[in-house]
Design a protein. Structure first.
Length: 333
């Protein structure tokens, strides 16, 4: 169960007395924070709610708000963001005395006060305070989302499953890129329904997508188209060495998948062993089904050798890459 599912459970059950939202996936922390603030209907003008983006300058004021009884309301909500003392980041907002006051609150929380902590980064599990929070609080950890998680998270967009799936694929299943591309689509289509054709037209290809296309052209022996694609990528500002790294990784994956195919491993077993995205495994299986294992092995070795030549020989990198590309496409290895 991911943090978004946990948040939905909280919405149904009610806000706990102490809730900690944290994680190293910054875009996910921000999204969860926004949904959480929407759920509690946060309003700066509400006397029963207080928010502090913590700094040494407002630390005492935040602690006073946490320790005091609510006025004019029965229940008070205090939100503290960026209490970096609790994370692995080597930063301090609270001094030792203030940390002691915070610990006193955790030991004897004011029953009429609910606390939300929003932390950007990994919790420092070595700390006494962290251990106490883990024992007392409800934790929401923002972690990288799996494909099935993304489908649930973006279910409220009103887009069809086919449209969402294509957006996910063209965004390499990256949460921030998905959000950006969904915003592009919304701006483009206005009030009408989004189609898969809109996605193809509006959502740009990622470098990973283009490298997949490049490997497809190479495997099909389409030399001219492969060279033209590389030329276009360089004109768009992509670095040749970066293209080479991703291309090498692609052929490494193809070779691994081919070996696993020969052993009779299904895609689920391949994914479990390689620990990469199932969608990439699926595409790789489609690509290499008719390829010879020996060719993929020689292609991978030639790309590794190319990387060494570019970095050590002093020969023009574009010439070396172009020559290697032609040999790969013509199977002349």
């Amino acid at each position: 169960m991911n943090a978004f599912d946990e948040l939905e459970k909280i919405k149904r059950a009610g806000l706990p007395q102490i809730l900690v939202l944290y994680g190293e996936e910054e875009e996910l922390v921000q999204e969860l924070k926004n949904r959480l603030l929407e759920f509690v209907q946060f309003d700066n003008a509400d006397l029963g709610q207080a928010y502090f983006d913590l700094t040494p300058a407002n630390a005492n004021l935040a602690l006073e708000e946490l320790e005091s009884l609510p006025f004019f309301v029965d229940q008070k909500l205090v939100i503290l963001e960026n209490l970096s003392n609790l994370t692995t980041a080597k930063k301090s907002v609270f001094d030792d005395k203030q940390l002691s006051r915070f610990e006193d609150f955790l030991n004897h929380p004011v029953e009429t006060t609910q606390l939300i902590l929003i932390l950007h980064g990994k919790l420092d599990s070595r700390l006494k305070l962290t251990k106490k929070l883990k024992a007392q609080a409800t934790l929401l950890e923002a972690q990288e989302l799996k494909p099935q998680d993304l489908t649930r998270v973006f279910a409220g967009t009103g887009l069809s499953s086919a449209v969402l799936q294509r957006v996910f694929e063209k965004s390499n299943f990256s949460f921030p890129v998905i959000k950006q591309n969904l915003s592009l689509l919304k701006t483009y289509v206005g009030e009408r329904e989004v189609t898969v054709e809109d996605v193809e037209k509006v959502v740009p290809k990622s470098l990973q997508d283009n490298i997949f296309l490049l490997t497809d052209l190479i495997l099909k022996g389409k030399v001219a188209e492969a060279r033209e694609l590389v030329h276009d990528l360089i004109l768009q500002g992509e670095e040749l060495i970066k293209i080479l790294v991703i291309l090498t990784n692609s052929f490494r994956l193809y070779y691994q998948v081919k070996v696993m195919q020969s052993k009779g491993w299904n895609e689920a077993k391949q994914t479990s062993f390689l620990k990469i995205h199932p969608y990439r495994i699926k595409l790789a299986n489609q690509q290499v089904r008719k390829m010879q294992e020996d060719y993929l092995s020689r292609a991978l070795l030639s790309l590794i050798a190319l990387d060494y030549k570019i970095k050590s020989s002093g020969v023009d990198a574009n010439y070396l890459f172009d020559l290697a590309l032609i040999k790969l496409a013509l199977k002349d290895l």
